[in-house]
Design a protein around this ligand. Structure first.
Ligand SMILES: Cc1cc2nc3c(=O)[nH]c(=O)nc-3n(C[C@H](O)[C@H](O)[C@H](O)COP(=O)(O)OP(=O)(O)OC[C@H]3O[C@@H](n4cnc5c(N)ncnc54)[C@H](O)[C@@H]3O)c2cc1C
Length: 379
């Protein structure tokens, strides 16, 4: 059986690693990605806030050596989900099974003024460039704002506001500065009231303005104001933005999307095309767009494919994800959330501690050891 896996992000790496561990050379897995390296989402914040270097957080795909898995670095230009065939810079590839794990793309140009006078930190380049912007910042009003829903890692804007506050305090600039957060959500972490309360209390303690339930529509660079909600305006000296998210154009062009994302069976991750699965941020499966959910979905697809090879029964997706939340000052919290189709999401919160900061470091280290076979720690 040949399995084509499109995208070597959180989901594609977990899927191909599990297939190799379980089936080794019994399957032929081709993993295709346009990039030559993987970077954790949280590493973008670590680099941006000067905790580590860009070089340290890059994990080269060339280091992947796994029985049964061939990595191809190439851009995918076309997907035919019926023929299970893709066109790439390196030529065409065809599989018996196709798994689309191409993530969400970002469209900063969709928000007027964002590229001109703001700084998006969700792309790799954007996050790394924002490090220099923060280095040069001499104090003033910082606005962290979200320009579209859905967006990756719902805690990340809150984490960013807290880390901006910490940075300004460390550099002695907090007194002459303001920090504001504009979020489309009514509370920071909707499935966990305890996590939301802890964040809102910390925002109040650290004098971070909280503006819920609204999106950033545009920046007006001439007047240095953020336009948000229906008719709101607020001044900024430094705007840090989460851009609008879209499915990668190649997925949209393949006709696989409905309302912008690939619909899948929430229990099996099957698409409407036979033997074609989709997982992670590129889908509308109903979980937040976050690596831990992509990983959980990859395990379910891997399980189904292993079961198929061995003639066994496969498990179903449980919608569970365990996320770490940076509070700054070396404190990290944890929330264990479950998004099951047709049920109200729930979450269990562990308050911030240094111990959870160490557990977050282990979380990253374990995955790099499994996926890339090397020893690493996040900072
Ligand atoms: C600042 C920030 C902090 C975050 N923190 C966390 C966190 O703490 N925990 C957490 O769980 N998640 C976090 N996330 C979210 C997380 O990074 C993503 O949700 C996760 O990576 C999604 O995994 P995925 O496999 O679905 O897609 P991705 O990891 O995005 O992988 C998709 C892959 O597809 C490739 N690709 C796309 N188009 C093409 C093409 N045409 N041809 C070839 N290759 C292509 C891309 O190069 C990419 O490697 C964070 C994100 C950000 C931005």
């Amino acid at each position: 059986m040949r399995i084509l896996v499109l995208g070597a992000g959180f989901g594609g790496l977990e899927l191909t690693t599990t297939l190799s561990e379980e089936l080794g050379d019994d399957v032929d897995v081709v993993l295709i990605d346009a990039a030559d390296e993987f970077v954790f989402g949280f590493s973008k914040l670590d680099v941006m806030f000067g905790r580590t270097t860009a070089e340290h957080v890059r994990h080269r795909y060339a280091d992947i050596v796994k029985p049964g898995v061939q990595f191809v670095q190439s851009t995918i230009h076309a997907i035919d989900p019926v023929a299970k065939r893709v066109e790439t810079d390196a030529g065409p590839f065809e599989g018996d099974v196709l798994v689309v794990a191409l993530g969400a793309d970002l469209d900063p140009a969709a928000t007027p003024g964002l590229l001109e006078d703001g700084h998006e930190f969700y792309t790799l380049e954007g996050a790394f460039a924002t490090r220099d912007v923060l280095d040069r910042f001499a104090g003033g009003r910082v606005v962290v704002g979200v320009a579209g829903t859905p967006f990756k890692c719902p805690p990340a804007p809150s984490e960013t506001a807290l880390l901006v506050d910490e940075l300004l305090r460390t550099r002695g600039l907090r007194e002459q500065s303001e920090v504001a957060l504009v979020m489309p959500l009514p509370v920071p972490i909707p499935p966990s009231p305890a996590a939301s309360e802890a964040l809102l209390t910390t925002f109040a303690e650290r004098d971070i303005e909280w503006h819920p339930g609204q999106l950033v529509r545009a920046l007006d660079p001439a007047r240095k104001v953020v336009l948000h909600g229906d008719d709101g305006e607020m001044p900024y000296d430094l705007f840090l933005g989460i851009p609008k998210h879209v499915a990668p154009p190649v997925v949209e062009a393949a006709g696989m999307c409905v309302d912008g994302w690939i619909p899948v069976d929430p229990l099996t991750l099957e698409t409407r095309y036979p033997d074609v699965y989709a997982l992670g941020d590129v889908t509308s499966v109903g979980t937040p767009k976050a690596g831990v959910f992509s990983e959980g979905q990859a395990k379910v697809v891997a399980d189904a494919l292993v079961a198929r090879v061995r003639g066994a029964d496969a498990g179903e997706y449980d919608g569970r994800g365990r996320c770490y939340i940076e509070f700054g000052q070396d404190q990290v919290a944890h929330v264990d959330v479950v998004f099951r189709a047709g049920e109200t999401p729930t979450g269990v919160f562990d308050p911030p501690s240094a111990e959870l900061a160490a557990r977050k470091a282990e979380f990253g280290a374990r995955r790099i050891a499994r996926w890339f076979g090397r020893t690493w720690t996040n900072v």
